[in-house]
Design a protein around this ligand. Sequence first.
Ligand SMILES: [Zn+2]
Length: 243
Amino acid sequence: MSKYIRNFLPYCGERTKKINTLVLHCSAHDARHMIRVLEENKLSAHYIVDPDGKIYQLVSEKLRAWHAGESYWRGETNLNHSSIGIELCSLSMGQSEYSPKQIRQTVKLCRQIIKHYQIPQTNIVAHSDIAPRRKPDPGKAFPWPYFAQCGIGLWYDMKDSHAVDEEDVASLLAAIGYDVSDLPAASYAFCRHFAPQFVTDEMNIRRLIEEIYPRDFVLPRELMPVLRACAFKYRLHTKKSRA
Ligand SMILES: [Zn+2]
């Protein structure tokens, strides 16, 4: 018997690329409602993890689920072809803490996928990282540092910030993987992932979804060392994976 609750959706297609990316999402619905909303919009994801830690599988990993949409990361576009997408149920859209059970199960699922497909650490991303103009999920409350401790994705080390003397925000963000054609959007997405204290709470979920980032956002000066330390870490891992 499968350890997942299977509820396959037809909204998927063939892959044309090898799996090398893992995308984390959230939606402000419980699992049943989320499945209905995905169906209505002819979308999908490979998995949904609910707050009780139950995992639903909607699309076979072999197939391309329709979760990322127009996207960019580290030179690749249209990431549905090369990624696996996991949705977490979060009524606050990732603004208040995820449940411990949900996190535990998501960690297990991610570890399995990363190991199976040998996904590089540089390619474990938020939907907001790969679509910074359009998407805010999985939100400021997603525990990226804990995930990194569990071997899922990269986190920075402040001591590395001195190893980089660049000051150019766009080229540092691009070194991590962001599309910097809209610098305020990329800078805000960076904060969502690496400096959530600079992301404002939004009580109105509709507005959070519709107004993704402040159009005039400029990365706070005090975050430059964090940005440099991050860029250092991602560059180091890029070298490692090429070696
Ligand atoms: Zn998403």
